[in-house]
Design a protein around this ligand. Structure first.
Ligand code: MG
Length: 401
């Protein structure tokens, strides 16, 4: 850890929440193409670039966590090994705090505890959290209630109308001086209390004053499938920079008994010569995506002169191009490609190639189109000297002017 780090953020991702549906915990469920946790971590890292980030995960989730971090590994930030959570949220936070203590975090540092299921922490919110914790030692974001609140008995009968002016709903990040929060957690655990639902309650229990600062309506917690749909619609609205890139490639036939097309091995009485595995289709699509990003071309990123790319699987280049879109906060909306050759016949392999391309690019099959044509025996493709491929890729990026 950076010794000067005076702010740490603990992201609690150890829950099993599957209310949203599906069999994976919701923090690993894709939110517009990226795991929810990835979006939360990326936004926290952007909101507090100098903070030390630690995530607490469930012991069964290491693989899912590593996959979620894959896109983030392109950022300059170094990501600490995750801490392993306990059976309750409170115990998970405690484990994370002990990991921060082992990291050597200063007792005077500020610790923000944030739920993985809140993917939209803004820079302003995080700044307010840090400021409030510095002033008060313990502070949580809260929102005033706009609806009237009633206390209701199980029978449905109302038996109280609390004054809503004194009430707040609270969110995360909750912010504390490290020594205050760590001592309060140790104290609660020693007293046999393991099920307090937020960190404010742990600190309140220890007798420390906790203050409220302004939360944000947009800082929603995603719990249900509806929450995910609304969050996706919001994110899609932010991806207003819609771009189309094009790519073109040719490889000549040579000796061999197969060709690679779209990452799939197709038996043929000739092979293709050239860069990597000479997958002309994967190369054209990779260039189309790089073109949409205005980020060079396949030869610039994977020079043919570099021996490590000799014979390499071109699906790696394609996956890399898609990761570049994700690293820019965008998504791949559609790919359309055409193969031009007399032989091999593409029709029998078309759907298998599309399926493989969709898998490599991490998009739905309906977002991948593949056509094939001959050139009526004209030109080099017509004479059977090689295969040409054309592709367009449509991507959506955050509008940055
Ligand atoms: Mg090529």
């Amino acid at each position: 850890m950076n010794e000067a780090a005076n702010v740490a953020i603990l992201v609690v991702a150890g829950g099993r929440g599957t209310r949203v549906g599906g069999d994976q915990p919701k923090q690993y469920r894709p939110l517009l193409g990226l795991p929810l946790l990835t979006r939360t971590l990326a936004n926290l890292a952007a909101a507090a670039p100098d903070a030390h980030l630690r995530t607490v995960i469930h012991p069964d989730d290491r693989e899912a966590y590593d996959a979620a971090l894959c896109t983030l590994s392109r950022t300059s930030k170094s990501w600490a090994t995750p801490a392993i959570g306990g059976p309750t949220r409170q115990q998970s936070v405690r484990n994370g705090l002990e990991a921060l203590a082992a990291d050597g975090l200063s007792q005077q540092a500020i610790v923000l505890v944030h739920d993985a299921a809140r993917p939209f922490p803004s820079r302003d919110l995080v700044a307010r959290a840090i400021e409030s914790a510095r002033s008060h030692g313990a502070a949580v974001p809260g929102l005033p209630l706009t609806d009237t609140v009633k206390q209701v008995a199980p029978s449905g009968r109302i038996h109280g109308s609390p004054d809503r002016a004194t009430l707040r709903t609270v969110q995360t990040p909750q912010a504390f001086r490290f020594d205050v929060l760590l001592a309060a957690h140790r104290q609660a655990a020693d007293a046999g209390e393991h099920d307090l639902t937020d960190d404010a309650a742990v600190v309140e229990r220890a007798g420390h004053a906790v203050y409220v600062f302004d939360g944000e309506k947009e800082n929603v917690k995603l719990t249900t499938a509806d929450d995910f749909s609304r969050a996706e619609a919001r994110l899609l609205g932010e991806l207003a920079d819609i771009r189309c890139g094009q790519g073109f490639d040719v490889h000549a036939f040579g000796a061999g008994d197969h060709v690679w097309l779209g990452g799939l091995k197709i038996p043929h009485d000739q092979g293709l010569e050239g860069h990597s595995d000479a997958d002309v289709l994967a190369h054209a699509i990779t260039d189309a995506i790089l073109g949409a990003l205005a980020d060079g071309d396949i030869g610039a990123h994977f020079p043919p002169s570099d021996p490590k790319f000799k014979g390499a699987a071109s699906s790696l280049f394609l996956a890399d191009a898609v990761q570049r879109v994700k690293a820019r906060g965008g998504l791949l909306a559609h790919v359309d490609a055409t193969l031009i050759c007399e032989r091999p016949k593409i029709g029998p392999h078309r759907d298998a190639i599309r399926e493989n391309l969709a898998k490599v690019m991490g998009v739905a099959l309906s977002r991948v189109a593949l056509k094939a044509t001959t050139s009526e025996r004209l030109g080099f493709t017509g004479r059977g000297e090689g295969i040409a491929a054309m592709a367009t890729a449509t991507i959506r990026l955050p509008f940055e002017g």
